[in-house]
Design a protein around this ligand. Structure first.
Ligand SMILES: Cc1cc2nc3c(=O)[nH]c(=O)nc-3n(C[C@H](O)[C@H](O)[C@H](O)COP(=O)(O)O)c2cc1C
Length: 302
């Protein structure tokens, strides 16, 4: 049988399928089920920066650099709330219970909270950290370059403090992704996760109020990350992990052919159940020959 093992952000994975951060990875029992279903690694549910803020009771609209109320809705409607200590317990429990890599996830919108906490993640035994950085530009005074600077600053300040591999999960809305990718790699990113899929808003026209949009991606959404994995593969100089729109094993094969080191899945597991992981692995196995038969140019960065 084909050996599907890959290396991703310095970690050894038995196969390239990673269960991405969501409520599917929010308890030890749930991540254990992911492992038992065949996942190569798991990214734990994110701890949100706003959660730290509210725990510290220091929410101050004036000093809040990048208002991100979306995260509150995201937490309330899509995810689950975890406090800092609970999160460390989740990591410890998951690392104890699982033999596959366990990647902790922090949602960041500014560099100010995470430095010392990130060290605690390492202490709790996480194999890596994924920084889910989502800064929503809502003010016309904010320049694109300033936002990119904040993204880089967050990664730089955490990578200086923590001796763990760091992956950075970003959204697709950047003007020059290759330039940002190289900047992130230079300050310590070992991998980029392309892309986060933001909380979808809708409007209920009967109640005339905001409503949550459909939570899950469709397989049609694979094309955007596929394009950027292909563009960045030979430039970023770090591993790339595809996220959004991968619903079957053939999608995984496509992303690997484009240059991804690993592939993250979420919506397809909510829709089809965790047994989908096994089915996808079989489909990857079927396509593995085409992956190993091509010689991708060596990944390099400037
Ligand atoms: C219910 C739900 C909760 C999620 N929670 C998180 C989260 O806490 N942190 C995060 O980085 N991404 C979160 N995501 C985004 C997923 O990890 C993933 O990036 C996104 O759904 C796109 O992948 P997919 O097309 O395979 O679903 C969540 C997605 C869903 C559907």
């Amino acid at each position: 049988m084909a050996d599907l093992s890959v290396k991703y952000m310095g970690l050894d994975l038995s196969n390239p399928l990673i269960v991405s951060s969501s409520s599917l990875t929010g308890t030890v029992d749930k991540v254990k089920l992911c492992e038992d279903s065949g996942a190569g690694a798991v990214v734990l549910k994110s701890l949100f920066e706003e959660q730290i803020e509210s725990e510290a009771e220091q929410i101050d609209d004036e000093s809040w650099p990048y208002p991100h109320p979306e995260a509150f809705d995201y937490m309330r409607q899509m995810g689950m709330r975890l406090g800092q200590d609970e999160y460390l317990k989740l990591i410890e429990g998951a690392v104890q219970a699982l033999s596959i890599p366990v990647i902790a996830s922090l949602n960041c919108v500014s560099p100010r909270w995470w430095n010392s906490y990130a060290e605690k993640l390492a202490g709790a035994g996480a194999d890596g950290i994924e920084l889910n950085i989502s800064i929503m530009p809502r003010d016309y005074n904010q320049r694109a370059a300033e936002i990119e600077k904040v993204v880089i600053k967050i990664v730089e300040s955490i990578s200086k403090r923590v001796n763990l591999p760091i992956a950075v999960k970003i959204g697709p809305y950047f003007t020059s992704l290759p330039n940002l990718a190289v900047g992130l790699r230079r300050v310590g990113a070992e991998a980029l996760v392309l892309f986060n899929r933001f909380y979808q808003f809708d409007i209920d026209i009967d109640k005339v109020e905001l409503a949550p949009g459909y939570r899950f991606s469709s397989s049609q959404e694979i094309h955007l990350p596929l394009r950027w994995i292909a563009i960045l593969y030979n430039q970023a100089g770090c591993d790339l992990s595809a996220s959004t729109g991968v619903h079957d094993g053939f999608g995984v094969v496509k992303q690997l052919l484009a240059g991804a080191a690993a592939v993250q899945i979420c919506s397809t597991l909510f829709i089809n159940g965790l047994e989908q992981i096994g089915k996808m692995i079989e489909e990857v196995r079927a396509g593995w020959k085409s992956i190993t038969s091509i010689q991708l140019p060596t990944s390099k960065g400037s």
